[in-house]
Every structure is written in C-alpha cells, then in structure tokens.
Ligand binder design. Structure first.
Ligand SMILES: *Cc1c(COP(=O)(O)O)cnc(C)c1O
Length: 359
C-alpha cells in the first residue's frame, strides 16, 4: 500500500542559532524537532491524511479511547549522522514489523510497514538539521493511539499514528558507566498470554513502581523475574539482558514474555558471526548469583536502542548485592557495543544490510 504524504513545512521553524543552543546539550527526550509525521485511520476510510506538518498538540476528545482503556503502542529507533554528512537509519524495517505485531496484539489497526518507514524517513528528511553530530543521534518515536470517542469497551474504530523526533546526546559521556540493577521480588512485568512481547505504553505504566523501588534502593534499573516461578530473569524495564560466560559463550532469555529487542537480535547475530555460541535459554537469578561468585559468569549487560549496551556492574536485592566483573565494564560488552555503533554510524561494513541510507 502507498499513501502520498502531504509535506507542509513549518512557517515558523526554529532559528539556526536557537537550534544550535538546544543541540548543545540535549539530554534525552526533552528537546523536539519542528515537525511530526501523522497518518490517520478510521474504519470507513482506512489509512488516510498522511502528512508531515508542524509539531503541535493533538485535538483529543476527553472520551478518546486511549485515555480510558490504554490502546497505545510505540516504537523507538534512531537516525545517525555519518562522517560524510549522510544519514543512516538502523533496521527501520524491523521496527515497522514489530509495530505491526504490536497493533495485532492490542487489537489496533495495523499500519503497513512501508507507510511506517516512509513516515519516519520523511520526518528525518525535513528535520535533518536536528541530527546532532558526533556520538549524538536523532531519536525517533513512532506511536499510535486509539481516538474513537466512545466509552464502551471494544477495539477503537479510529487511530492516530504519528512520529516525533528528539535529538539526543551520547547516552554516556566518556564511555558507558556500569549500571546497578535491583531484582524486583514484589512485582512482575509480564505473564504468558499477556502483552510482555509487544511495545505498549501499558507495560511501562506497570513497571514504574518497580523502577521507583530500584531507585529507592540506590539502583539505576530494575530487572524483572518470570511471573510463574519468580526465578527466571526476564529483562529490565526497557532493555533486554545478556550474560557472558568463561567459555566465551553468551546467553539471553528466550522470547515469549520479553520484548523482542532489535538490539538483542543484532547482538545475537554479531556474536554468532564472530563464532561465539549464543543460547536463548532461561537463566535463574540464583544461578546468576552463583555463577558470578564462582567466576563462571564473566559479564552481564543490558541492551536497547537508547543506550545500545550498558554493562551491569552490580545486582542488588533484599538478600544482598553481587558484583559482576568487579563492577567494571567488560571487554565482550564493550567490543559488541563498538561493533554495533560503528555499523550504525556507517564506520564499518554492514554485512546484514541493516542500514537504510536516508536520501
Ligand atoms: C524497546 C524495548 C526494548 C529494547 O528494544 P530495542 O528494539 O532493542 O530498542 C527492551 N525491552 C523493552 C520492554 C522495550 O520496550
């Protein structure tokens, strides 16, 4: 399916000087570009009104379905500025496919992947001056909300799909600092048959209390265990997790109740390309502690689009703390991180055709 995007450039874009000021220290998710891409859906018209226009508030009726029953899904990907001035997107087709799957699970209208990719590309094109140089990038946030005006409980007949963009600095200044993680014993993130495998805002709403508990215990992030036995490591609030063993092999929790991360998938492929064994298998928190103490476990790291790879330095819980790799970033995590980042910025070859060159 193709839709023609109506391109309506802002009549009052940010000045070059003001943009430079905002790009100097953007942090994460607080600075936004001048435009947004929007596509609407209704049961009778299908997908329509594709456009790129000034970023603005949505007119939203107080009875819009999303405000009551949380039919909302999102994605996250980045545009990277190459040294030659060109712009790379990393695996946007994988985000488009995951968005399609998320919509299916949430009983929402499914946006054709080619329209998803075009919306992202058109926004990057019009706002390309907002892509920071160096280790910064333009974080892209496609999302969809149910906006039928109806309080009955049923899948909405109307949706708004939009993409907004936010320039972000290097996630870590001076290399990634290892994170400490808190094992959530009181809360779980996802159950079999639930929505753990899809990127919906509701999963995040349900994770915030556990994340707050992690912060209250002096930790950076929370790690969730499975909802049945409360033993097997699932993932962090918004990142997947990997373990590195003394024989050079890696393991990561299997798909099902965890979010199928594109960074996770990319790391599996890169590690296997390098001849490493990668197992997708359940790993218990008790085994994690035991292997960290015995030295069988060398490293652990979290991964996702925003931070790429974050080494895990410490695992904390009510029963005590365990240091991983002496609390330091390990060579396998750092090596994979560099490999992935170099592909994203176009500094090294792209053997899996992950890069889309934005013209
Ligand atoms: C988005 C997300 C991830 C990471 O996915 P990437 O595609 O690698 O960015 C991991 N876990 C959760 C819960 C997420 O929402």
């Amino acid at each position: 399916m193709t839709l023609t995007f109506d391109i309506r450039p802002s009549t009052s874009p940010t000045s070059d000087q003001e943009r430079a000021t905002r790009l100097a220290n953007p942090g994460f998710g607080r600075v936004f570009t001048d435009h947004m891409a929007v596509v609407q859906y209704s049961q009778d018209k299908g997908w329509h009104s594709a456009r790129v226009e000034s970023r603005a508030n949505f007119p939203l009726d107080p009875a819009a379905a999303v405000l009551h029953y949380a039919q909302e899904i999102f994605e996250g990907l980045k545009a990277y500025k190459r040294d030659d001035g060109g712009v790379n997107l990393f695996r946007p087709d994988a985000n488009a496919k995951r968005f399609w799957n998320s919509a299916e699970r949430m009983a929402m209208a499914q946006l054709p992947p080619e329209v998803f990719i075009e919306a992202v590309e058109r926004l990057v094109q019009i706002d390309r001056a907002w892509i920071p140089g160096g280790e910064g990038s333009l974080y892209l946030r496609p999302f969809m909300i149910a906006n039928e005006v109806f309080l009955g409980v049923k899948p909405s007949a109307e949706y708004i799909f939009a993409v907004i963009a936010s320039p972000v600095g290097s996630y870590f200044k001076g290399g990634p600092a290892p994170v400490s993680i808190w094992v959530s014993e009181n809360y779980t993130r996802a159950a079999v048959g639930g929505t753990g495998g899809v990127k919906c805002g509701g999963n995040y709403a349900a994770s915030l209390k556990a994340q707050a508990e992690a912060i209250a215990h002096g930790c950076d992030q929370v790690v969730f265990l499975d909802a049945i036995e409360r033993r097997y490591v699932e993932e962090l609030g918004g990142m997947n997790v990997f373990f590195v063993f003394d024989d050079g092999s890696l393991s990561t929790p299997p798909l099902g109740t965890i979010l199928p991360g594109i960074t996770r998938d990319s790391i599996i492929k890169l590690a296997r390309d390098a001849g490493r064994e990668v197992r997708e298998e359940a790993y218990s928190i008790d085994q994690w502690r035991a292997d960290a103490k015995s030295g069988k476990l060398k490293e652990a790291f979290a991964c996702g689009t925003a931070a790429v790879i974050s080494p895990i330095g410490k695992v904390c819980s009510a029963s005590g703390d365990v240091l991983i790799n002496g609390g330091e970033a390990g060579p396998v995590a750092m090596g994979l991180r560099k490999q992935l980042v170099d592909i994203q910025y176009g500094r090294s070859p792209d053997p899996h055709s992950w890069i889309r060159d934005v013209k």
